[in-house]
Write a protein that binds this ligand. Structure first.
Ligand code: AMP
Length: 511
């Protein structure tokens, strides 16, 4: 395994693993296996195709594709070219895609056919769209005219590797810039904490435009030298058969996936071979104690939990060797400085630590931190306090140093099926419909999704519109996971002042 001590670039880390164990399997997709050598060569061809298209180090390349070997090659190739990878949800709407391209000033966009059409129609300035699946296939098939042995210049580990767009409490998503050093150091720390080795095999069904699937699923696996069984998406009925067939040792999921797995019938569980599975890890959203217990009953395994955030990668994890406790997200990972502080004092610029057993906001410092939001110094400053990132998450630290997440300071952040969703972004989308007078979006507790996105809408006088029509309107503007599960027409929304709502009161009312 790579040393956690010496900062390196993602490209150098992948390259040295791929050279060391060239013949080993890196990826399995649709029953086809790809060796480390095959993946390295295809990625280098991809990098050369980007260089040939005029890309220069530090320029942004948007990559929006569904899980596939071509996506993996686009990720590795973009990184190898020294460009900054901007992963995008392949189900993003035209509006979201064009917003991200404009905001990060992308030079190239590697996308699937639906988005290719959007980009050809909209022709954003300075952008060249590329057909991702075709380019990726050409890289594997060696039909590209490039020398696979020539490598682009070495990459400075402190330079940006990724910009991941993440929702916040205000307006549209912001691009969190993560350096090579932040990623390699943090991801290899997670690998070490979880005793992850080249003998592991991960069943990866997470989407790979979020740090969970992209960072832990793809990048860490390929730096460690383990193998990935990649699926297009999570299909609950296929998981256990896949684990058995491909002899997997690890599965990473969000709580929604686990709540669907525990609901599988007994007949499905018979294919599950307990002995090979070394790690079942939950993350990205709260794993409640009841689900932990239910999983233990049905699968005979105590789930690991890990807490993180796009802006600071991975922060807390269940210790591998200690007895696991329901409701706990674990302790800080090596090299990550975590404090629990009084959020009111933090609002007035002071750090006041709270005692063990008391509620406090999680503050994070360390080499795992992002470098800021892309071209938004003020927004970056707003989430930083004396070198610490303010998470907005409220937690309790037990006497043994274990953390328990108890809530969030902002009602405008919703976690639905593991996705972070900003209430304001959805309100703005609904507000663009001519029938909508006022709208407040909240997250309501939901046994399957964690939180369900619900919009309370006041219609304009005499306006005629159905909830389905409003949902269809949002679907034209935002990705599917941001479309409200429920829209409720109301006469009044509890408010503090004009356009300022008492959302906690609204949540109580709607619940
Ligand atoms: P994202 O930036 O999309 O990864 O979302 C980060 C947010 O997800 C955090 O600020 C938490 O609110 C939530 N989160 C992530 N991991 C966990 C976890 N293990 N338990 C509870 N909440 C989590």
């Amino acid at each position: 395994m790579q040393s956690v001590e010496s900062p390196t670039s993602l490209d150098a880390a992948f390259h040295s693993t791929a050279t060391r164990q060239a013949a080993a399997t890196a990826l399995v997709f649709d029953d086809v296996s790809y060796s480390y050598r095959a993946l390295r060569i295809a990625s280098e061809r991809f990098a050369h195709a980007l260089l040939a298209a005029g890309i220069e180090p530090g320029q942004r390349v948007v990559v929006g594709m569904t899980n596939s070997p071509e996506l993996v090659v686009s990720i590795l190739g973009t990184i190898a070219a020294g460009a900054i990878l901007v992963p995008v949800n392949p189900a993003a709407t035209a509006d979201e895609l064009l917003y991200i391209i404009g905001d990060c000033g992308a030079r190239l966009a590697v996308v699937e056919s639906a988005h290719l059409g959007v980009l050809r129609d909209a022709t954003p300035t300075g952008l060249t769209p590329l057909d991702g699946p075709n380019l990726g296939r050409d890289c594997f098939a060696a039909t590209l005219e490039t020398s696979a042995d020539r490598r682009p210049n070495a990459i400075d580990p402190r330079s940006p590797a990724l910009i991941i767009y993440t929702s916040g409490t205000t307006g549209r998503p912001k691009g969190a810039v993560l350096s090579h050093e932040a990623l390699t150091t943090n991801l290899l720390t997670v690998a070490e904490a979880w005793r992850w080795t080249a003998n592991d095999r991960l069943l990866l069904t997470l989407p790979c435009f979020h740090l969970h699937g992209l960072g832990l699923g793809i990048l860490t696996s390929l730096m460690v030298g383990s193998s990935i069984v990649l699926r297009r998406r999570f299909v609950v009925d296929e998981v256990l058969a896949d684990l058995a067939r491909f002899e997997c040792t690890m599965f990473f999921g969000v709580p929604t996936m686990y709540s669907r797995l525990v609901a599988l019938p007994d007949t499905a569980l018979r294919t599950y071979r307990r002995q090979r599975m070394r790690l079942w890890v939950s993350g990205s959203a709260p794993l409640n104690a009841a689900l932990f217990e239910r999983f233990r009953e049905r699968f005979g395994y105590e789930l690991m939990d890990r807490y993180g955030m796009t802006e600071c990668c991975f922060v807390l994890s269940t210790p591998y060797d200690e007895p696991r406790r329901p409701g706990m997200v674990g302790r800080p990972l090596a090299g990550v400085d975590v404090r629990l502080v009084d959020p009111d004092a933090a609002d007035s610029g002071k750090i006041v630590d709270v005692a063990d057993g008391s509620h406090g906001e999680i503050l994070i410092r360390g080499s795992n931190l992002f470098s800021g939001y892309w071209q938004r110094p003020q927004e970056t400053q707003r989430v930083m306090l004396d070198g610490y990132l303010r998470s907005g998450d409220i937690a309790v630290r037990e006497a043994d140093g274990m953390f328990r997440i108890v809530g969030r300071s902002s009602v405008d952040i919703i976690k639905s099926r593991g996705f972070k969703v900003g209430a304001v972004e959805i309100e703005e989308a609904l507000q663009r419909h001519p029938a909508v007078e006022e709208v407040a979006v909240v997250g309501l507790p939901d046994p399957d999704q964690g939180e369900r996105v619900v919009a309370a809408v006041i219609l304009r006088r005499d306006a005629q519109v159905s909830t389905d029509q409003l949902r269809a309107h949002v679907r034209t503007l935002l990705a599917p996971h941001k479309v409200p599960a429920d829209i409720v027409f109301v006469d009044d929304i509890p408010r503090i002042g004009p356009g300022k709502f008492k959302k906690k009161e609204l949540i109580a009312r709607l619940s």
